[in-house]
Design a protein around this ligand. Structure first.
Ligand SMILES: [Zn+2]
Length: 255
């Protein structure tokens, strides 16, 4: 009888130990349990390809700054995430370089960062794109490999990813450094949302994972220009995009 009681107590101890251990896991570990998630960030332009060049500001530098910040924030507190960037400095890459690199990393998410230049003061804010497929794609399904349609199976996931990023760029978030500053106001991006749109894209169509392009603002617009040249706002944009990605991952892997 004593042995049975001892066994029972040991069993209770085990249950308790397992339960406590689960409670001790950081939140990110609970959600995307075993598999490591790979995120590819593609800073638009680079090297001799400046992208937009307006009032001494180059798009290639803005996209690199934001991409580096997103990477840093994704890696912080998320040991199950790996991040690769198509470029980490001022390097020229063509579309094939970007696509080949991204696809060879077997990523779970592809995110390309750009800025708009629309000569209209009334157009401001960020916009998020995922691939627009057309009917021709249906006819091509029998082909073994057609690099123009690699993205096709991922379009629903790409739309979902775009929506999550939009939702979290619009959202009032808890401030990232809430524990450091005494200011507990919510963190709201000053940029407007121009929403999620489909686009025929040379880069997206050949990417073999959920993929979006985030155009972070219209450089021609005076407000957006001041936001995109402000280090604090660049940091804030990266934080909101990171939150969108993390929440997409949590919801997607959990359902
Ligand atoms: Zn661009």
């Amino acid at each position: 009888m004593k042995k049975i009681i001892n066994n029972f107590l040991f069993f209770l101890f085990l249950i308790n130990a397992v339960y406590s251990a689960q409670n001790l896991l950081p939140p990110s570990d609970i959600h995307y349990s075993e598999k490591k998630t790979t995120i590819i960030i593609d800073p638009g332009h680079g090297g001799g390809d400046w992208g937009i060049n307006y009032k001494g500001i180059y798009e290639k530098n803005i996209t690199l700054d934001i991409s580096k910040k997103i990477k840093e924030k994704l890696l912080k507190d998320n040991p199950k995430i790996s991040v690769y960037m198509t470029r980490v400095d001022d390097q020229f890459l063509n579309i094939n370089d970007r696509v080949n690199y991204a696809n060879s990393q077997k990523g779970d998410i592809f995110l390309s960062i750009h800025c708009d230049f629309i000569p209209s003061e009334s157009i401001s804010g960020y916009k998020i794109y995922y691939m627009l497929s057309d009917n021709i794609a249906e006819k091509q399904k029998t082909e073994l490999i057609n690099w123009d349609f690699i993205q096709m199976p991922y379009i629903n996931s790409s739309r979902r990813l775009a929506s999550f990023i939009d939702q979290y760029m619009r959202a009032a978030l808890i401030q990232e450094n809430n524990n450091i500053t005494s200011n507990d106001e919510d963190d709201v991006l000053p940029l407007e949302s121009r929403g999620v749109t489909r686009i025929k894209s040379f880069i997206l169509k050949s990417i073999n994972m959920p993929a979006v392009v985030v155009e972070v603002g219209n450089i021609y617009n005076k407000n957006d220009f001041s936001y995109l040249t402000d280090k604090n706002i660049i940091n804030q944009i990266a934080y909101h995009i990171k939150e969108g990605i993390i929440n997409y991952l949590i919801k997607t892997n959990y359902q």
